[in-house]
Design a protein around this ligand. Structure first.
Ligand code: ZN
Ligand code: ZN
Length: 624
């Protein structure tokens, strides 16, 4: 049976450092190549020696790399992976990701190397060389990595250019969501995928336990908090990622300022964000319909009230609102401003997104009020701390919605906290009846897929089984049993009525028989009881096979129907025979099971299965 193997090198029961290795149909694919912002040591990047064993370049082991979006927890380790560990194969991403990722990587490199003086880090040239290996993917375009491996990008919302990727090799397929959201916001649309029925859905689960309140409520709370603070003469700091929430919250504040006729200045840290706005213009097709249409008469990002920020303004007295990067307060301008403002209880910090463990953002959100901001210098935080989840991730409802949308066979959770995953796992399992996995980093998860083979069905069979046509949409809760013969001929597989199959093969009807021994505690009196005994017996023997009873009293082993033979002279009437053993001692009894006129291959297959499972010998009775 074909398997899919999944090993997270990052984002396994964790948020940050997304990097998931998958093997399917003999191909190895790396999904995202992110960094962990909570660490400054080895743990910052995925451990690629897991793949190479310390020998050779990654190119020998990986067929392709896919980057879902430009956030550093998804692409921050890319130049390290390709230029320092060594990978020359293709790296797939969307056009906006290709345009924006190198800017963020360079920004991150500058902070790490220039400010912290770290050596053994990727250089600007390495970012450039790495980007040369990028192949861009358009939405809904099937890309052939090679003859057997194909990928396709879908719209994920989340941030500009974010994609979900469908990967197919052989009969197996994986849908990897990256980060996504299922509700449109002020500048992006909602994630969408067709009914691609992947063998495995790998989904993020950042907000696995959250069913978020309505967007309007959150926006109102946000505006109220900002207004309260400036009314008291305080300052508001909003740490943001360069792209995404920043633009959305600017649009929100801009219109509020207009409406309320406010005069307090709003600043936006320049540089990155100015460029970012230009990217929205450039990739307008990736935004939502409202932005597309307003761009016709004016640039939605040319703000009247929002001015560029410079460092001299930090010490300015009086109220102000400042948007500054980065979003998790781990370095840069937002942290600089925070250090200056955090000691006054008049000020407010609003955290609009998720913060990974180890960052200052995470510390203040988890309620820490005494933080070592510089080595040896502990500062008491008096500033008011507000968390408002504007970060565009799917909540539990959204994750369920996407899962229903693509109809996977199995689900695997990444990019979330272990505890929250458990809640969602149970929900997916219970509500959708799907097996759900959440491997930790470095843990291999093997998912066996049922191969899907298209089969033509004969008209005769179809006519008799019209109910099958009615249940065109498979529902695992009420699967139908079709009793026919599977015929392989001329490179085609057809499902026929048994008579039709025999005719096609020019074979006469025959029976295959075997005997098996059933331990009897007491004599079985009724046929029904015998059937139950037989069923339990076979189920015991064929533990790894699916054994069921049908409503008309037959036994079904995977696709083979067994019935207790009653109408033939050579076959025993089981119920009668059991009745003759009415002694009190436990007895062993041979029973005869037959199945009618299957083709020989199927018969010998079943014989093999039964033989291996049986403690005592099996006799194949002569065919007649
Ligand atoms: Zn993201
Ligand atoms: Zn992420």
């Amino acid at each position: 049976m074909p398997d899919i193997k999944v090993v997270p090198l990052g984002a396994g029961q964790d948020v940050g450092r997304s990097c998931i290795l998958i093997s399917l149909g003999g191909k190895n694919v790396m999904l995202d190549c992110g960094m962990h912002m909570g660490f400054n040591d080895d743990r910052r990047f995925p451990d690629f020696s897991y793949v190479t064993g310390g020998k050779g370049r990654l190119t020998e082991y990986i067929d392709c790399v896919i980057i879902s979006h430009f956030h550093l927890d998804h692409c921050g380790a890319l130049p390290y992976m390709s230029e320092m560990v060594g990978y020359d194969g293709p790296i797939y991403m969307t056009h906006p990701t290709k345009a924006i990722a190198p800017i963020l990587l360079e920004d991150y490199r500058k902070i790490t190397v220039d400010k912290k003086g770290e050596v053994n880090f990727f250089t600007s040239q390495m970012i450039k060389d790495c980007m040369k290996k990028v192949v861009t993917a358009n939405l809904h375009q099937t890309i052939y990595v090679d003859e057997e491996l194909q990928i396709k990008a879908y719209y994920a919302g989340h941030v500009l250019g974010a994609g979900m990727f469908y990967i197919r090799a052989g009969t197996e397929s994986v849908l990897y969501t990256g980060d996504y959201n299922m509700t449109p916001d002020r500048h992006l649309g909602a994630a969408w995928v067709d009914k691609c029925r992947p063998t495995l859905l790998i989904t993020e689960s950042t907000y696995a336990t959250t069913i978020r309140d309505s967007k309007r409520c959150r926006e109102r709370d946000f505006l109220k908090k900002v207004h309260e603070t400036i009314d008291k003469g305080g300052k508001v700091l909003i740490p943001v990622f360069a792209l995404g929430r920043a633009q959305e919250l600017c649009i929100l504040l801009e219109s509020y300022w207009d409406r309320m006729n406010l005069r307090v200045p709003i600043y936006f840290s320049t540089g990155l964000t100015e460029k970012a706005t230009n990217y929205y213009k450039l990739f307008i097709t990736w935004t939502n319909q409202k932005i597309k249409s307003t761009f016709v008469d004016r640039n939605l990002f040319d703000f009247k009230h929002i001015k560029p920020f410079n460092r001299t303004l930090i010490e300015n007295p009086g109220p102000m609102v400042v948007f500054a990067t980065p979003g998790m307060l781990h370095s840069g301008l937002s942290l600089e401003i925070f250090k200056k403002w955090c000691t006054s209880d008049k000020n407010t910090i609003i955290m609009p997104g998720y913060c990974v463990a180890g960052t200052v953002g995470h510390k203040i959100l988890s309620g820490m009020r005494k933080i070592e901001l510089q080595p040896g210098k502990v500062v008491e935080i008096k500033m008011q701390v507000q968390y408002m989840s504007f970060s565009a991730h799917a909540d539990a409802k959204g994750i369920m919605q996407l899962t229903r949308m693509c109809e996977p066979e199995h689900v695997l959770l990444v990019h979330g906290e272990a505890k929250k995953m458990e809640f969602l796992k149970a929900k997916i399992n219970h509500e959708l009846g799907l097996e759900c996995f959440n491997p930790a980093n470095g843990e291999t998860c093997v998912i066996s897929s049922k191969p899907c083979v298209p089969v033509d069905m004969s008209l005769k069979l179809l006519k008799h089984k019209t109910e099958i046509v009615d249940t065109a949409t498979p529902n695992p809760k009420c699967s139908k049993i079709i009793h026919g013969a599977l015929l392989m001929k001329d490179n085609k597989i057809r499902l026929l009525e048994q008579d039709e199959a025999l005719q096609e093969l020019g074979l006469p009807k025959h029976d295959l028989r075997f005997t098996s021994t059933v331990e009897l505690q007491n004599a079985c009196r009724s046929e029904k009881l015998t059937m139950t005994r037989l069923y339990e017996h076979l189920k015991q023997l064929l533990r790894s096979h699916s054994v069921n009873t049908t409503s008309d009293g037959h036994i079904l082993i995977e696709s083979v129907l067994l019935k207790v033979q009653k109408d033939s002279e050579t076959a025993m009437d089981v119920s009668d025979d059991f009745n003759t053993h009415e002694d009190d001692s436990p007895a062993s009894k041979s029973i005869l099971v037959s199945w009618p006129y299957q083709d020989e291959d199927l018969g010998s297959y079943l014989m093999e299965v039964l033989k291996n499972g049986l403690p005592k010998s099996v006799t194949k009775l002569p065919v007649h």
